[in-house]
Write a protein that binds this ligand. Structure first.
Ligand SMILES: NC(=O)c1ccc[n+]([C@@H]2O[C@H](COP(=O)([O-])OP(=O)(O)OC[C@H]3O[C@@H](n4cnc5c(N)ncnc54)[C@H](O)[C@@H]3O)[C@@H](O)[C@H]2O)c1
Length: 463
């Protein structure tokens, strides 16, 4: 660096230091905007809570159940169908569900005349279609977990019946309700970065989450459940489509299963981590490390609250369920890396990567516009305006996501629930941003991406 550059750089950094010092002394960073998402003006006070029956009292059934427990004036759970007795009992207890409204399986619910306003479908992916069609036929409004259904035909059938019956079907594309993505969409629509030219989006699954859900867990087999792109990343396709706000036209995808296969099993490894595996202590995917020591994902193991020796229960689960099996010896087939390129109307392009091998989670998005760019990590959005050279960081105010934040997906889970109960109470689907009409296109993008991955061809998206 020559002397002139050195002096200029020193002056700039000293200048920046003075500005930063002033901002720090006043306690306000002028380059950080703490935003608040205004409450939905369409929301109205409730005369009585919306009533709902939950089908599937597992992880997601409890997320929406949690909303009912926190806001009893808005949502009351009056029935449950769940074949696992431990889950059925726990749910019935939390929501004071009478015995005659507790069922083993979703079919039993529809053997009775309609007895609630809405059905919450949180059953496994391959059990969405049956209950959704039946609920529509019987006049229920529906909160439907994603994916809508594992096949294109079934998704289209549900859409057609929803239109015919006029019932509300809210698809749980929860990211559309997270303040972070709401802000991203709002800024783009307001022209903060000019015309959008392209998008780059990363879904870092996190290596241990991959092992838990897509190697050992519920979604390890794409044929029995849903291809990973729809199971994990229909949210990503949906959010890209939502912020770009143009119809998608073409898609191309690549990716496969590279690592979690028998040929990569280390020497000395065993069928289960508890079988005396010689490399267990150094394996990043060790079930003992994940469930006995870390415990972040133990909900899936159904540990009774009153278990005296929780560790013994966990070890027993590792010996008897898939959660204790070696990640290299599962009957899994989901790709562990997956790239997708999309072309939208007007030539806007997006590239999306879904990656298993990351040490972190939290979607990363960069949006490139003609007048600026935007980059974010689900916590903070940084917008740079090419016209002024100014950079602004956007962060949601704490109180805006308080309470809702614990609901997951950056506050999106319960914000969706809040809009859903309003939509049902007022019989107005427009209160929702993820109705089935709005959500179908991103599912079609997923099906066409899978087709492209398998046929090695660019596929066309026709809604
Ligand atoms: N929106 C999101 O971000 C998000 C996140 C995770 C999962 N999901 C989706 O939510 C759905 C549920 O996932 P989960 O993680 O809660 O799984 P889960 O396994 O924890 O819960 C599903 C429950 O359905 C029950 N069930 C099985 N057969 C049934 C039947 N015949 N009748 C009634 N209940 C039955 C199971 O016993 C289980 O308790 C899946 O479709 C999944 O893809 C969505």
């Amino acid at each position: 660096m020559n002397r002139r550059h050195l002096i200029k750089n020193l002056t700039l950094s000293l200048g920046a230091g003075v500005i930063a010092q002033k901002a720090i002394s006043s306690g306000i960073d002028p380059n950080v905007l703490h935003y608040s998402i205004p409450s939905n003006p369409a929301h109205k006070p409730f005369d009585k809570p919306v009533t709902a029956i939950t089908l599937g009292a597992g992880n997601r059934g409890n997320v929406y159940g949690g909303f009912a427990a926190a806001y009893p004036g808005q949502l009351k759970i009056v029935g449950v169908a769940e074949p696992v007795p431990f889950r059925n009992n726990r749910y019935a207890k939390i929501h004071h569900i009478p015995d005659n409204n507790r069922f083993n399986t979703w079919e039993d619910v529809f053997a009775r005349p309609k007895f609630a306003d809405a059905i919450i479908i949180t059953t496994p992916d391959n059990l969405h279609y049956g209950p959704c069609i039946k609920a529509l036929q019987m006049g229920y409004d529906i909160l439907l977990e994603k994916p809508i259904s594992p096949t294109e035909k079934e998704c289209r059938d549900i859409l057609a019946l929803a239109k015919k019956t006029g019932r509300i079907v809210a698809v749980c594309h929860v990211l559309r309700y997270a303040p972070y993505f709401v802000k991203m969409k709002e800024l783009i629509a307001a022209g903060a970065i000019g015309r959008v030219i392209s998008v780059q989006h990363l879904e870092p699954i996190e290596h241990t989450h991959m092992a838990h859900s897509y190697v050992r867990g519920n979604w390890h087999n794409s044929k029995q459940t849903t291809p990973i792109l729809l199971a994990k990343s229909c949210h990503d396709l949906d959010i890209i489509k939502w912020v770009v706000n143009k119809p998608s036209k073409e898609i191309i995808a690549m990716g496969d299963l590279q690592w979690f296969k028998k040929e990569n099993a280390p020497e000395g490894s065993t069928n289960r981590c508890t079988d005396g595996c010689k490399v267990e202590r150094t394996c990043p995917y060790s079930a003992i490390r994940e469930y006995v020591e870390d415990g972040r994902r133990n909900k899936a193991l159904d540990i009774p609250d009153d278990a005296v020796d929780k560790k013994a229960v966990i070890l027993e689960r590792l010996k008897t369920t898939n959660y204790g099996r070696c990640v290299y010896r599962m009957d899994n087939d989901q790709p562990d890396h997956y790239i997708t390129n999309i072309r939208f109307e007007g030539g806007i392009t997006a590239s999306m990567s879904m990656e298993a091998f990351t040490s972190y989670a939290g979607r990363r998005t960069r949006v490139f516009g003609a007048m600026g760019d935007m980059t974010g990590d689900m916590e903070e959005l940084v917008v740079t305006d090419f016209r002024t050279g100014k950079q602004m960081k956007y962060k949601p105010v704490a109180e805006d996501v308080e309470g809702y934040k614990n609901s997951g997906h950056g506050g999106g889970d319960w914000r969706l629930a809040a809009d859903f109960v309003q939509a049902v109470a007022q019989q107005d689907a427009k209160i929702l941003t993820s109705t089935i009409d709005e959500s179908i296109e991103s599912h079609l993008m997923g099906f066409m991406a899978e087709k492209s991955r398998q046929t090695k061809m660019i596929t066309t998206i026709k809604v």
